[in-house]
Design a binder for this molecule. Structure first.
Ligand SMILES: CC/C=C\C/C=C\CCCC/C=C/C(=O)SCCNC(=O)CCNC(=O)[C@H](O)C(C)(C)COP(=O)(O)OP(=O)(O)OC[C@H]1O[C@@H](n2cnc3c(N)ncnc32)[C@H](O)[C@@H]1OP(=O)(O)O
Length: 243
């Protein structure tokens, strides 16, 4: 699955909906046993959640958006398919969550391709289920530092901390992801799927048990003047970077 939402593969409501529909189709087609998620935008896996879906929007829109974000996470995280991330670009915040929700992550060895939950740098916070997935992946201590400081790990650090499973030369990302897929597909589906569910369900259940409350929290938080100001400042910084 090649993500194509130029210029930066931001996860807009429309793009999330397209991803959800595509994933559902693949899940329902029994000829598919695995997917490799990668990007068609040069140098960018995904810029994460679309800031324009959270800035200057009314509460109803924010609620609809957050529901779609939850939905995509649950679908990827709990997918019965083998999901491999072929991460061929930078993946901050929501892009990192998407990567972390894969069963295995292969990152291209380019110092620009940083990965991490950098929410605090935007003046916002990673929701508890983003945090849970990071803690599950890199452990409590590493996650508490990474989250508070908004670390974006370059490939060598990403491998060391375990946020990705493998770092390979850029031209080998897709072929490595395909070899990894072959290894994973050698395992009988029912055994692998039940095991995946056993490991991941408790984390997903934490959100499933309080989805509506999570949406309300998000809407309350994102609607605060101080948070809207932080988003405004961050968006202006992105604009000014262009010069
Ligand atoms: C109680 C609490 C309850 C709940 C929690 C509450 C809320 C918080 C939860 C929120 C969780 C948030 C998760 C996220 O994912 S936030 C997004 C994080 N993303 C980033 O920080 C990345 C920002 N982008 C960049 O750093 C660069 O754009 C990037 C990806 C390195 C690419 O750089 P470059 O190629 O130079 O391209 P430009 O910067 O020029 O960007 C081109 C164009 O795209 C716009 N853009 C970039 N990123 C985003 C984005 N994430 N959303 C929307 N738009 C984006 C950028 O502004 C440019 O636009 P322009 O119009 O100027 O062309």
């Amino acid at each position: 699955m090649k993500m194509r939402n130029p210029p930066v593969n931001s996860l807009s409501l429309e793009f999330l909906t397209e991803l959800l529909i595509s994933l559902e189709k693949l899940e329902n087609d029994k000829t598919f046993r695995g997917i490799i998620i990668t990007s068609d935008c040069p140098g960018i896996f995904s810029a994460g959640l679309d800031l324009l879906e959270m800035y200057g929007r009314d509460p109803a829109h924010c609620a609809e958006y957050w529901k779609a974000v939850q939905e995509l996470w649950l679908r990827v995280y709990l997918s019965n398919l083998v999901v491999i991330g072929a991460i061929n670009g930078i993946s901050p915040a929501g892009g990192c969550l998407l990567s972390l929700s894969c069963d295995y992550r292969v990152l291209a060895n380019n110092p620009k391709y940083a990965i991490g939950l950098n929410e605090t740098l935007l003046g916002i916070i990673a929701p508890f289920w983003f945090k849970d997935v990071l803690v599950n992946t890199i452990g409590h201590r590493a996650a508490e530092r990474a989250l508070q400081l908004g670390f974006l790990f370059p490939p060598s650090d990403a491998l060391q901390v375990g946020i990705v499973d493998q770092v390979v030369p850029e031209d080998q990302v897709q072929s490595t992801a395909r070899s990894v897929m072959a290894q994973w597909l050698a395992i009988p589906d029912h055994a692998r799927q039940l095991t995946k569910n056993l490991v991941r369900k408790p984390t997903a259940d934490r959100l499933l048990q309080q989805r509506d409350a999570d949406i309300q929290n998000f809407v309350r938080f994102i609607s605060r003047d101080s948070i809207q100001k932080s988003l405004h400042v961050y968006l202006e910084k992105l604009k000014q970077k262009k010069g």
